[in-house]
Design a protein around this ligand. Structure first.
Ligand code: GLP
Length: 243
């Protein structure tokens, strides 16, 4: 794992935006895996800014978002789709047909997940998966557990994860859906390159365990140690536990 420790959140966002800008300049039809959450907010702001200035072109790119709450329609303000519309999709020239999202209202979760895996394959696989990390080490909604599911699946949220997503539901943890659709650990590891962004002291323990700890399903981010092209882009606070 390559670890970059930068001064602050703003520097993390700039570094990852530059990586995306370079990728799309070299390969305009690149396939991106995208995260939601607080961590990438500044990244998306920077991508919007660069797009306004004509410095990045998404017209041939494809995107696949990492996860979505099960049971929420895209029109729900707390859905991850709504987040992406607000922070990126409405502001850049992505072709709507190349924006891929898990549908939390699908009739069958199994069919939705299988269809998503097939769509990723048809697109040629992910070129770059950008991830955040949960305070408990989850990636996407792959929660610490005795075993993990490789492919996109319906996942049960850990109490800590429902707590940290409560801000999307006016602070009401009970309103956070108990399950979500998520790319699996295998979906993520099949991406040709992976970037994990982490900022703030609350992530320091998970980052430390992911980098220095054993590879275990009890710390899902530790599985990234198995991938040959992973970069962690951290601010100083998130890197606080590293040796
Ligand atoms: C959420 C999402 C993850 C995200 C993580 C961290 O529950 N399912 O995809 O990376 O938690 O979120 P944040 O960036 O807000 O800390």
């Amino acid at each position: 794992m390559k670890v970059h420790i930068l001064k602050n959140e703003a520097a993390v966002a700039l570094a990852v935006a530059t990586r995306v800008t370079r990728l799309l300049a070299e390969r305009p039809s690149a396939v991106l895996g995208l995260p939601t959450g607080n961590t990438p907010v500044r990244l998306y702001a920077e991508l919007r800014r660069r797009h306004r200035l004509g410095k990045i072109d998404f017209s041939k790119a494809s995107t696949f978002n990492l996860d979505e709450f099960w049971g929420l329609p895209w029109t729900h303000p707390a859905s991850y789709r709504a987040f992406m519309e607000e922070h990126l999709f409405q502001h850049v020239n992505l072709a709507p047909r190349r924006i891929h999202f898990l549908n939390g209202m699908a009739k069958s979760a199994a069919a939705e997940c299988a269809g998503y895996e097939a769509a990723i394959q048809r697109a040629g696989g992910l070129d770059l998966m950008i991830l955040g990390i949960g305070t408990n080490g989850h990636i996407g909604f792959n929660e610490p557990a005795p075993s993990l599911t490789a492919d996109t699946h319906l996942a049960r949220l850990a109490p800590a994860t429902r707590r940290s997503n409560a801000y999307l539901f006016d602070g009401r943890q009970g309103a956070v859906p108990p399950t979500a659709l998520s790319m699996g650990a295998g979906t993520i590891l099949r991406s040709r390159a992976v970037i994990l962004m982490a900022t703030g002291a609350s992530k320091a323990g998970a980052v430390r365990a992911a980098v220095h700890g054993q590879v275990t399903s009890r710390m899902p981010a530790s599985l990234l140690q198995l991938h040959r092209d992973v970069e962690l882009v951290l601010d100083q606070a998130a890197a606080g536990g590293l040796r």
